[in-house]
Structure formats: C-alpha cells, structure tokens
Write a protein that binds this ligand. Structure first.
Ligand code: NZQ
Ligand code: ZN
Length: 384
C-alpha cells in the first residue's frame, strides 16, 4: 500500500428538504454571493428554496456560469464579489458552478496581477473565501473535494487545479432537485462517476484490499442504478443512491493507498476545449480505447475487474480482460453514450492536432507516467 494522508473537512448534509438547513450553516453576519449557472435553478424551485433559507442574510447573486466554466466569466464574478465585500460564497448547481465558485474563492483575496496563474500554479493559492454548495447534478464529486476545472476559451486551455482551500465548508444534497435533469446530464453523471472510480482503481492489483472492494462496490452500484436513473429520474431512492455514489466516487476516499491513473480525464480535456464535447462524453470516447492500448500494463487488474464486477469466471486472463473492456464500452453505450470520435463528427485530423498540442505541453499522464503525446495519439487513433 502506498503512503497517504486523508482529510475531508466538508460537512455532507443529505436528504429531502435539506436546503432549509442552509440558514443555520452560514452565520448571520456573512455577506454572501450566490453563484448560479444558466437558469435551471429558477425552473426547478431550488432558487426559491435558497432565497427563503437566506432571507435573513445579505446576498448578491451572480448568474451565467456556463458548462466548462470560463476564466473570463469567473473574473466578472470576482469583480462583483470585491465590490460588495463578499466574505462567503454559495455555489448552486453542478460541477461547473461549483468549480467556478472555488476559483472565485481563491481569486477574491489574490493580490497578483494575473489570477489565471492560480489555476496553473496551485501553490499560489494561500488563502480563500469560504464556500458552501447546493448540488443539483450528481457527477463530478466537486461538492466534497478539493479539485476544480477551469477553461479559458480565448487561449484554448482547460486545466484542473487542486488546493486544500477548495474544500467546501458544507455540501447540501437534496435528491429531489435532480428530478429535473435532462437525460443527457443523467447519462453524463453516471459515466463521469463510474470513470472517477476507474481512474483510481484500474491500475495494478494488491495495493489495498479495502479500497478495491470499495471501488468495486461503487462500480456495481452504478451498473445497477444507471439504467434505473434513465428509466425514472423521479424515483427518490434511485436518485438518492445515485447521488451518494457520485459524491463518494471522488471525495478522496477511494484513492487511499492506491496508485491513480487520470490519463483519460487529462487527454479528454482536449476534446472539450477543441471540439466542445461534454466532459463525460470525452471519457466515454477515450477510455475503451485507452484500455485496449494499455491492456498488457493493466492486465491483472482488468481480470480482477472482470471477475468481481462483471462476474466473468471462465477463460484465460486475456479473455477476461478483453471481455471486461467490451462490457465497459457496452455499459457506456447502454447509458446512451457514443464511444468513438467520429460519431461526434470530429475530423480525423483531430488526432494530429491533439498530438501536437500534447507534445508541446510535454506532460505525461497515467499511473506509470507513460501516456505521453505518442501514446495519446495511439489511443485517439484506436478510438476514432
Ligand atoms: O447552467 P444551468 O442552467 O444550471 O444548467 C446546467 C448545465 O446546463 C444543467 N443542470 C444542472 N443541474 C440541473 C440542470 N438542469 C436541470 N435540472 C438540474 N437539477 O446541467 C448542465 C451541465 O452542468 P455542469 O455543471 O456543466 O455539469 P457537470 O456537473 O457534469 O460539470 C462538468 C464540469 O465539471 C468538471 C468538468 O471538467 C466540467 O468542467 N469536473 C470537475 C471535477 C471536480 N471538480 O472534481 C471532476 C470531474 O472529473 C470534471 O472534470
Ligand atoms: Zn470526471
């Protein structure tokens, strides 16, 4: 088992009617800026509940955080927060609103000229405005983790930032607010959560008996719940279980003592910033291909996954691995995802365009740090 430090300070408040508790989570003297996306919160009643719960507080609203939040948008929010001497932030939305609010929290007290540096050099984040979350889309785990992802469309960059200051003080999860999610976002949420576990699980065997079983438990739950979520998003217990899976898939827990991959996430960012795919769509496009290309490296774990998650007991280790890869892609497709680049109308030249960008950037990803530009090119060619 690898050495690790685990701490998660976010208070998780879960269940029907829990938005009411917002009032007691933020002390009355706080000057709050509430951050929203494009308007779903107004349509599904979340906005009214938040207004009601904060009726005794000073609040300013910032609307218009887009999916894959943009640096220019968040800097407008930073200006509004500074003008109003804001000392508490509340994110109401999915991963994009939460991540944007995390960045706003870091940028408000930042004295440097160029706040984008905070996203690239995370050690510059030395203080932060406290934030809380009301989650409306189970997917990213951002509500209970210290990660954020920010895009900069002008320069075609999408980067992830990590800081202990990014942990929300609290996260309120009322599964009822997910009943209005469009089918596309349900599909995205299930696949993203599944992939968060895979990134922390599908490496090598024998690192942590407990974390393997935990990861397999979440994967089995998502395989069971995914089709139910699509069949009836207004079933409270289905959505509550899905919501808990999504949070637990990326709150630091699964990662204790195990090597982690994350190559699919990182090279997938390219497909979002260049071709506009949703985050989860990029994962479904990259991952089956990555597993095929890195099958030998991940063989033992693929066989364990085949046996324990997909119930495949017969065949050679290679046959088990092959079948597990097929079943994983099959699950994504059953959830309504396309799994090949060309299905999105991405031109074949994209493979070289991405290769050149990754080559220039020079980063290497994956548990063995061998997913470089060359390897990524093979993966995208396999996916195409
Ligand atoms: O903007 P509004 O109008 O609110 O609509 C949103 C948005 O259009 C809508 N939505 C959210 N809750 C709803 C709803 N519609 C109806 N009813 C509701 N209850 O859903 C759309 C997508 O929202 P978004 O927040 O963009 O989706 P998601 O939660 O998938 O977040 C994606 C972002 O998170 C990053 C991604 O890269 C991407 O930028 N990630 C963040 C991570 C983290 N912080 O740990 C990890 C992930 O791997 C991921 O990279
Ligand atoms: Zn993700």
């Amino acid at each position: 088992m690898e050495n690790f430090t685990f701490q998660n300070p976010t208070r998780l408040i879960f269940g029907k009617g829990s938005i009411e508790q917002l009032n007691s989570e933020i002390t009355p003297e706080k000057r709050i800026m509430v951050c929203f996306g494009g308007g779903s919160a107004k349509k599904n009643g979340v906005y009214e509940q938040v207004k009601q719960a904060l009726s005794g507080h000073f609040t300013v609203e910032f609307w218009g955080i887009e999916p894959n939040p943009d640096y220019d948008t968040v800097m407008k929010a930073v200006a509004l927060a500074r003008e109003n001497n804001i000392d508490f932030l509340l994110a109401v939305g999915g991963g994009s609103v939460i991540d944007a609010t995390k960045f706003i929290a870091h940028a408000i007290p930042y004295k440097g000229e160029d706040a984008w540096q905070l996203a690239i050099h995370n050690d510059l984040i030395k203080e932060s405005t406290p934030l809380g979350v009301i989650l409306t889309l189970p997917a990213t785990g951002s509500e209970m983790n210290h990660r954020g992802v920010l895009s900069r469309r002008k320069t075609k960059e999408k980067v992830s930032f990590i800081s202990p200051f990014s942990f929300p003080k609290f996260a309120i999860l009322d599964p009822v607010v997910t009943f209005t999610l469009p089918e596309k976002q349900l599909t995205n949420g299930v696949v993203d959560s599944f992939m968060h576990i895979m990134e922390q699980y599908m490496t090598s065997t024998g690192n942590s008996v407990l974390m393997d079983r935990w990861a397999e438990g979440v994967l089995l739950s998502l395989i069971e719940l995914g089709p139910k979520v699509l069949a009836d998003k207004t079933d409270y217990d289905t959505m509550a279980n899905f919501m808990l899976c999504a949070t637990m898939a990326l709150n630091g827990f699964t990662g204790m003592g195990v090597p982690q991959d994350w190559a699919t996430h990182r090279i997938g960012y390219e497909l979002t910033i260049l071709y506009g795919l949703d985050h989860a769509e990029t994962l479904a496009v990259v991952y089956p291909a990555l597993l095929k290309i890195l099958k030998n490296q991940k063989m033992e774990k693929l066989a364990q996954y085949a046996e324990r998650v997909w119930g495949i007991q017969s065949g050679s280790i290679t046959e088990k691995a092959d079948l597990a890869i097929q079943l994983t892609e099959g699950f994504f497709r059953k959830m309504g995802m396309k799994t090949h680049m060309k299905e999105y109308g991405i031109p074949p030249e994209a493979i070289d365009i991405i290769y050149n960008r990754l080559k220039k950037n020079g980063a290497v990803y994956g548990e063995n740090k061998n997913v470089d530009a060359e390897m990524a090119r093979k993966i995208f060619a396999e996916s195409y």
